[in-house]
Ligand binder design. Structure first.
Ligand SMILES: [Zn+2]
Length: 336
């Protein structure tokens, strides 16, 4: 898997679902779902910058308190994303405690909660420790086709699926990655330096080829232009590698509408993390509980043409038979 994403399941597949994605070069991490976080080392939790909550069943949201307790008193802004109702839920969680001492804490902990409705509308609110986590600064806007997070290097998209309640499924994508050939930079007489960052950003923004990029030369003895055209630099010193992709799908009924949305979301992913809650032998139970069977999970992975399938969120009724769920899913994925 990607050098830039290092995704690991938070728990054993029989315990609360959750995916921790270390962004190796950024000293931060993303977290999908907020179930039991007890197995994540505090130093790992402290790296989390953005959390994506699928829905508010307890096994996906009860870890909010663990995180709150660990982060309290630290200077940090944490972004939490989820389906409609998330902002109220965060507010209620925070209102459950007395905050008369919070002004004395050294660092200010801030939660920024963003929820997405079925029509792709986004609403945000902020809760700052400085003001005893009073709700403030509400804002709303339309999402760009379900995009929750968009940064120069990566983006996270959500689709709403049905599980009796609305559940979000997520795809994390690394945007096209730019490699700069050091030796070619040097061969041109240029030096390695901060200007390369501006060059990469201009490329990612898709600026026109004739855009002038300020460069730094290794040797200033001769008259040399202070800037070179983007197109020339692109041709000479860089190679674009297509971005990697991870999808995370839990608590999903096997309905036509869900199948279509999940396949579209996970299309071509390097890894699909997906629930395989029941065995196909218990398909009726799976349907009444709005979950997938392992075979259905494998089928979705095959339809989406993913590279690798990782199953999670096993029903405790199969304790000791986890391999049966995994094998059923892999077999449907590979053989149909
Ligand atoms: Zn669940």
């Amino acid at each position: 898997m990607p050098r830039h994403f290092d995704p690991t399941l938070v728990n054993d597949p029989f315990d609360d679902p959750g995916l921790y994605v270390d962004l190796v070069f950024e000293r931060r991490a993303l977290l999908f779902d907020l179930g039991d976080l007890g197995r994540l080392a505090p130093r790992k939790l402290l790296r989390v910058s953005d959390i994506f909550v699928t829905h508010r069943h307890m096994d996906h949201f009860a870890g909010f308190d663990q995180l709150l307790r660990l982060l309290l008193g630290r200077e940090k802004t944490l972004h939490v994303y989820g389906p409609a109702g998330l902002i109220d839920a965060v507010e209620h969680k925070l209102k459950a405690y007395s905050w008369n001492l919070v002004e004395g804490y050294q660092g200010n902990l801030v939660f920024r909660a963003t929820e997405i409705d079925k029509a792709g509308g986004l609403a945000s609110a902020q809760f700052s420790g400085r003001t005893r986590f009073e709700r403030s600064e509400a804002e709303s806007r339309q999402s760009d086709e379900g995009l929750l997070l968009r940064e120069p290097g990566l983006q996270v998209r959500a689709v709403a699926i049905d599980h009796g309640v609305v559940v979000l499924a997520f795809a994390l994508e690394e945007r096209a990655h730019i490699n700069v050939w050091r030796n070619k930079v040097e061969a041109m007489g240029l030096s390695i330096g901060p200007w390369l960052r501006a060059f990469k950003e201009a490329t990612l923004r898709g600026e026109p080829e004739n855009t002038l990029i300020d460069v730094a030369w290794r040797d200033r003895q001769f008259e040399k232009p202070a800037a070179l055209p983007l197109g020339l630099l692109k041709k000479e010193i860089m190679k674009i590698t297509s971005g990697r992709k991870i999808a995370y799908v839990v608590d999903c009924s096997f309905t036509h509408a869900n199948i279509e949305k999940v396949v579209q979301l996970a299309k071509g992913a390097d890894i699909l993390f997906i629930e395989a809650t029941f065995l196909e032998a218990d398909a009726i139970l799976a349907r009444t509980r709005h979950h997938l069977t392992a075979r259905q999970a494998g089928t979705l992975a095959r339809f989406a043409g993913v590279e690798r399938l990782v199953t999670l969120h096993y029903s405790p009724r199969y304790k000791g038979q986890g391999h049966c769920l995994a094998e059923e899913a892999q077999s449907a994925f590979l053989n149909g």
